[in-house]
Design a protein around this ligand. Sequence first.
Ligand SMILES: NC(=O)c1ccc[n+]([C@@H]2O[C@H](COP(=O)([O-])OP(=O)(O)OC[C@H]3O[C@@H](n4cnc5c(N)ncnc54)[C@H](O)[C@@H]3O)[C@@H](O)[C@H]2O)c1
Length: 425
Amino acid sequence: MSTTPITIAVVGFSGRIGVRHTQYVLDNADTDIVALVDPDPTAADVAKKMSPSTPFFTTVGEMLSTLGDEKPQAGIVCVPNNLHVVVAKELVAAGIDILVEKPLCDSIDDGKSLLEDVRKYGVKLLVGHHKRFNHCAMATKKILESRSLGDITAVSALWTGFKPDSYYIVPWRRSKSQGGGVVFNNFVHDIDLLHYFFGPTVRVHAEQSITRRKHEGQDPDDQAEEGLALVLKFASGVVGTFVISDCVASPHNFESAAGDDPGLPQTWYEEGKQEVDVYRIFGTDATLSVPDMTRWSFGDRKKSWESVLTHGKMPVENDGRWPFERRLDHFVRVVRREEEPNCTGEDGLLAVMVCDAVRQALDSESGTVAVPTIQWSSLAYRGRSISPTTQCIAFAPSKEDNVTTDYSPAHTPSMVSCRPSTPFL
Ligand SMILES: NC(=O)c1ccc[n+]([C@@H]2O[C@H](COP(=O)([O-])OP(=O)(O)OC[C@H]3O[C@@H](n4cnc5c(N)ncnc54)[C@H](O)[C@@H]3O)[C@@H](O)[C@H]2O)c1
């Protein structure tokens, strides 16, 4: 097992999230920062302050031609959403492993093309859905795998909070076409987490909320959405609802509730340990609310609405580190070929497909859109093959999952069934 630090470039390092990535790379004993890339006029000064000895470049091309054989092993891509693919492709073509911030791409075709390049050049891609590394999310995943909630039937989810005007000073964040909006910037994280818990989404129904903000000079047709209500259907049969808004005074969002982002206060730090939940996961044996990790069940009483439900806290292991730190450790192991990416390119693409379907649903008359079929023939979902003939994305579990999958027509025709013999959820 190698202990030599891996060399990393941070591309878009002087932006809101870029400085955070940079600091974590600087602080990590297993990473050496070898290049900082950003064309912003203030970026050179930021570089000097953060890491004066690290070479600074304004483009990836300049970095590659200057560093030559000394090019980094890995790159973190944290540029605006609509530039992820173009920047990632430059790095991939140079044989550099990448961690790409969410959303993986802003168009499905671009995302597929990036995934093809990743395969072609044999590099590793980790998508930046860091919530998978949140301690409460990790505990939830374990609880679901233990089947302590019984069969999962439904989930009720929230991402509601308030972004100040200062957030919207940056033009791309106000513009749908440039990757702004609560769907591609916030919901995309949560839908990835729900996929991690329940498997892929196959259908969405969306209703837009009243638009409260006015952005001076912003084309109203291109103004990013600020809120919506969703109904979700997962391939596993699980159904869900999701209310989303970044223009309401509410702590019910993953960042506030779970202490997920060091740049944002965790609700209970400020409110005298008043915990809030963002997901309620309903099973035949128990209900779990997350991230307060309260489990409601009948215990050994008769399962009936006439019996008393009692609650208890589920254990959560927390080493006190931020999800970004755990993810960077994982990325190091991915670059060293010790682990496979926990959030693959296919996972990232799937999250984007659902966001895209949500946007389409918002623009459609019926409000309902199936998550489109993708020609998965050249792709893999979590490293497993996907049937290109199915009408939706399906799990084709590997032997290690110890599950069987029934693709027979007896199952819902628009959906591939995931009825595992050993439960998948
Ligand atoms: N994981 C998270 O929690 C999280 C949080 C916030 C943002 N993000 C994602 O991180 C990315 C950046 O978001 P942000 O809010 O920091 O944006 P930002 O606008 O604050 O920063 C983007 C930076 O990229 C630079 N840049 C633009 N074009 C570039 C190019 N061609 N090469 C190199 N640098 C370039 C800009 O100059 C800027 O400094 C987005 O994809 C966003 O969705 C993730």
